[in-house]
Design a binder for this molecule. Structure first.
Ligand SMILES: [Zn+2]
Length: 259
């Protein structure tokens, strides 16, 4: 039976919740992979080594290359003499091996399957073992996901819905049961935001910043950049949908309802 351990990095914050979850996935016979070793941090590195104990690591994986997930992957992989694996190189990561959607990796007697889930970032992967999915920042426990590209993000949520999973192990926050229910909530929440943003523009908000002030008025200053990026992702999708258009930086809806 597979065994999963969590080592929590000491990087709590508005974007990372309690900190980054570094996951150790063991096939049950002492062969394991490390998922998202997190930021460069000597104490966290030690904690990971302690959690490994005398077991045998076969690879270090990253869900994506953001600075709270990937920077320690290369040094740790080098130290353990195993490959560092991800979807693509990034500013904090240089993969020895690149995995794409549908790819897989043998972890002892277990098979880890790769699901490409662009949206939070273009290079984002989820990893599936049996009925468990490691979700990185595609789905987080207890905090809001920053979305770079909304269309792909929504598709990436649909993609993992109804695939028979039982648990989600996120990059931040606690393990979640009932994945389809969580995904439905995520989809509903996003669509609700999407319509709120459209309505704000209809009511006269004519810039991304104006939309943030209308729709995210309750958000503290620390989260303002996140809100702005999310709004921009929604605006891009509304533009792709032909519902809004921008003219010299001013946004407006394209088809005002006739009276
Ligand atoms: Zn993260």
């Amino acid at each position: 039976m597979i065994r999963i351990d969590r080592v929590l990095a000491n990087n709590p914050g508005p974007f990372t919740g309690p900190g980054t979850n570094t996951w150790l996935l063991d096939d049950g016979n002492g062969e394991l992979v490390i998922i998202d070793p997190g930021p460069i941090d000597v104490q966290h590195m030690e904690a990971i080594h302690n959690a490994i104990g005398d077991r045998s690591v076969v690879a270090v994986l990253v869900t994506h290359t953001h600075e709270d997930h990937a920077p320690m992957a290369n040094p740790l992989a080098l130290d353990l003499e195993v490959p560092a694996i991800g979807h693509a190189p990034g500013p904090n990561f240089d993969p020895d091996l690149r995995l794409d959607d549908g790819g897989h990796l043998e972890v002892g007697t277990s098979r880890l399957e790769v699901v490409h889930t662009p949206g939070h970032s273009q290079d984002h992967l989820c990893f599936r073992v049996e009925d468990i999915l490691f979700t990185g920042d595609h789905i987080m426990g207890g905090s809001s996901v920053m979305v770079e590209t909304m269309g792909p993000y929504l598709e990436s949520l649909q993609k993992i819905r109804g695939t028979g999973m039982r648990r989600l192990h996120p990059g931040h926050g606690d393990v979640m049961e009932d994945p389809d229910l969580v995904i439905d909530w995520y989809l509903a929440h996003r669509m609700q935001r999407h319509e709120q943003i459209y309505e704000a523009i209809r009511a006269g908000a004519n810039s991304a910043q104006a939309v943030v002030e209308t729709v995210y008025s309750d958000v503290g200053t620390l989260l303002q950049p996140l809100a702005l990026r999310s709004v921009q992702a929604h605006l891009t999708l509304l533009t792709e949908q032909g519902r809004i258009a921008s003219d010299q930086g001013e946004i407006a809806i394209t088809s005002p309802k006739a009276p």
